[in-house]
Write a protein that binds this ligand. Structure first.
Ligand SMILES: NC(=O)C1=CN([C@@H]2O[C@H](COP(=O)(O)OP(=O)(O)OC[C@H]3O[C@@H](n4cnc5c(N)ncnc54)[C@H](O)[C@@H]3O)[C@@H](O)[C@H]2O)C=CC1
Ligand SMILES: O=C(O)C(=O)CO
Length: 320
């Protein structure tokens, strides 16, 4: 009997065909919507492999129902949606998709930084709304990026790729990380500093940490109050690292200058969310790694991980 795999969102057949040859594959296909929890809890019964999106909470309830489960392959590098303790308890391997998305996510992070600093969306709207009457000296004047100080919180794979882009803009690079990254310092000229120093000194504060118990809400009123009034905050990691009420207050009172956000505590962010009312917020719908090439690489890696585990081999990218 073939082992069973359940995929929680419709993925291209070109990627899944590799699995279909060897396993029985079923998939949630409804209108590109996340699978409702009650259906997921039914579907996982009897499956050996689960290919999940970051929209699913894979918690002890799911593990408890999935008696045959051997592997959860998450289509993301972040795995805060998966209860690792429960996975361990039920002896299930968890895999993610690191590295293949580094450059693409760093591109988007830097694009968001540039767009927020130089007010690009406002410029686009200005023309579309037929407001442009003449060139004027301070029309939509933004903040410079080149030669400014960027502070990267979480100097991991993507943090380093962001720093690499900052070198092209001849920026002064500060970073704060759980541990010092001496190789990155040598290669990128980045300086390891304390969290407080980074907040005090940076013109751009970029968050690139995973969401963990430690990082949850680390960007709160106290952190924002330490930033310059001219500081721009960029978050492409996870919304949960930010206290969104505190961010709103800091932006509203111009305690910090602006924010570029790709991620939110609750996704999709509600259209009436106060942050979206602010002119100094640029919001994107969690598209950091979203280029066709990279998303396909992520899918291929997730498929490869599932295949390996179900064949009794070591996966390429297990979550440790
Ligand atoms: N917006 C998007 O579409 C995307 C978002 N992400 C997010 O970015 C995160 C980072 O991804 P990678 O760079 O691949 O991960 P990584 O594991 O290579 O890097 C994370 C870094 O954060 C550091 N870190 C962890 N806890 C910390 C703390 N409390 N204080 C300071 N530093 C801490 C780690 O030491 C590590 O260097 C992912 O976990 C994910 O949540 C990743 C890809 C796309
Ligand atoms: O990989 C992740 O963690 C994402 O957020 C989407 O690529």
């Amino acid at each position: 009997m073939k082992k069973k795999i359940y995929v929680t969102r419709q993925l291209p057949e070109s990627v899944l065909s590799k699995l279909r040859d060897q396993f029985e594959v079923d998939m949630w296909t409804k209108e590109d919507q996340p699978i409702p929890k009650d259906i997921l809890l039914e579907k996982v019964k009897g499956v050996h492999g689960l290919l999940t999106m970051l929209t699913e909470q894979i918690d002890s309830e799911v593990f408890g129902k999935a008696k045959n489960l051997e592997v959860v392959a998450n289509l993301a590098v972040g795995y805060d949606n998966i209860d690792l303790e429960a996975a361990k308890k039920y002896d299930v391997t968890v895999t993610n998709t690191p590295e293949v998305l580094n450059e693409t996510t760093a591109d988007l992070t830097f694009a968001l930084l540039l767009a927020t600093a130089r007010r690009i969306p406002e410029g686009v709207d200005y023309i579309k709304e037929n407001k442009w009457e003449t060139w004027s000296p301070l029309l939509l004047a933004g903040s410079d990026v080149h030669h400014k100080t960027i502070g990267i919180v979480g100097m991991g794979n993507i943090g380093e790729a962001v720093a690499k882009r900052a070198t092209g803009f001849e920026m002064n690079i500060l970073y704060y990380n759980r541990s010092r990254k001496e190789k990155a310092e040598d290669r990128l000229g980045a300086k390891y500093v304390s969290f407080d120093y980074l907040l005090n000194e940076s013109d751009f504060v970029v968050c690139m940490t995973p969401l963990t118990d430690e990082t949850k809400g680390m960007f709160d009123a106290e952190a924002f109050s330490k930033m310059k009034n001219s500081a721009i905050f960029i978050n492409t990691s996870r919304g949960g690292v930010v206290n969104e009420d505190d961010l709103y207050e800091s932006l509203k009172t111009k305690d910090i200058h602006a924010a570029g956000l790709d991620v939110f505590r609750d996704e999709p962010i509600h259209r009436n969310h106060p942050l979206l009312e602010l002119d100094n917020v640029m919001a994107l719908p969690h598209i950091g790694s979203s280029s066709v090439e990279t998303r396909i690489k992520m899918m291929e890696l997730a498929v490869d991980n599932i295949e390996r585990v179900l064949k009794g081999e070591k996966p390429k990218t297990p979550v440790k």
